[in-house]
Design a protein around this ligand. Structure first.
Ligand SMILES: C[S@@+](CC[C@H](N)C(=O)[O-])C[C@H]1O[C@@H](n2cnc3c(N)ncnc32)[C@H](O)[C@@H]1O
Length: 315
């Protein structure tokens, strides 16, 4: 039986709904044969692109697509990464559990769900998330290199599971690097504390909203990934100013933000209801200028997928 949204809308404007019907047909076909194989990915991506175009053109209402996604996901794909994103357990898609699941490539055990998670993890966006962990590690390597016994203080803003911190410290047990991690979600802090428990005082946690509180110790490196792309421009500038203020002279603020080049955007927005503020390099540069960064202190870099941009500001 077709999902409710299609039953209701189908007779009203059948042609307008063609991209949604096409997507539904394909999803049902793939569900029936145990999930998409890699040879089906391009077909899925094309159907999602057409659906995304119809939503952007105002031909299909976004709410109808989201209602459809909830319907088909709850009937057939419960337990997949897609269902977890859509479920918004902590109030929004992309919470620390999802990020942790992306880092560790979690895949459902049930045979009829496995291929859906493989499809999820094959996309550019989860690859970019995994790449940004490596990007942070490279930054830590370069900032800590040649400091001998001079400690490096790092502020990790919206630290989530802090798996990135854990992995780096495990690989660099002798380094004099101290992390202050701030996150607004109590469960994220609890999870991160467990992951970083072996490192004692080298990693401190603050359960706080970074828009209201930042530790003011003074840092050589301030890092934030997976937060600024949820912020409006106004809040972006407000928080960036605050991060610049706690960065020592000679130090660096590095902020991640998804770029407008994101091949997974339709999948994320339509099947995961995962909406971000995608920004171009020029937009990031303009926001940094607005926050008071001198033009020659700003640089925008990216990870190998080209999906996650990194705004660097030298102090
Ligand atoms: C997408 S996760 C990113 C986690 C981590 N930075 C990473 O890349 O692995 C976003 C995190 O931001 C936290 N967060 C969202 N808004 C926040 C705020 N205003 N203050 C502090 N943390 C916040 C969430 O609780 C969540 O853990």
């Amino acid at each position: 039986m077709p999902p409710t949204v299609l039953q209701e809308s189908h007779t009203v404007r059948k042609n307008d709904f063609a991209p949604l019907i096409e997507c539904d047909d394909l999803l049902r076909e793939l569900i029936a044969c145990g999930g998409p194989m890699p040879s089906d990915y391009a077909h899925m991506n094309r159907a999602l692109r057409r659906l995304g175009d119809a939503v952007k053109a105002g031909v299909i209402a976004r709410e109808d697509v989201i209602a459809y996604s909830h319907d088909i996901t709850s009937r057939h794909l419960e337990g997949t990464m897609q269902a977890r994103a859509l479920g918004k357990k902590y109030g929004y898609s992309g919470d620390f559990e999802i990020i942790e699941a992306i880092y560790t490539m979690q895949i459902a055990q049930e045979p009829h769900l496995r291929r859906w998670d493989l499809y999820f993890h094959s996309q550019a966006a989860p690859n970019a998330v995994r790449n940004r962990k490596a990007y942070f590690h490279q930054l830590l390597n370069s900032h800590s290199a040649g400091r001998a016994r001079t400690p490096l203080n790092v502020l990790n803003v919206a630290s989530g599971p802090a798996r990135d911190v854990r992995e780096w410290v495990l690989d660099n047990p002798e380094c004099e690097v101290f992390f202050d991690c701030v996150d607004a979600e109590a469960h994220a802090i609890e999870r991160a504390r467990k992951l970083c428990a072996p490192f004692g005082k080298r990693v401190e946690f603050y359960h706080r909203n970074v828009l209201r509180f930042l530790p003011t110790k003074g840092y050589e490196l301030v890092w934030s990934a997976g937060l600024f792309d949820y912020l409006t421009d106004r809040t972006f500038v407000f928080l960036l100013k605050a991060l610049m203020a706690v960065t020592k002279r000679g130090g660096e603020v590095v902020v991640g933000n998804f770029s407008d080049y994101n091949p997974s955007r339709d999948y994320m927005e339509l099947l995961g209801d995962w909406v971000l503020h995608h920004r171009t390099s020029d937009q990031l540069r303009a926001l940094a200028l607005e926050a008071g960064a001198p033009a020659d202190s700003i640089e925008v870099m990216w990870e190998p997928e080209g999906v996650n941009l990194f705004l660097h500001i030298r102090r």
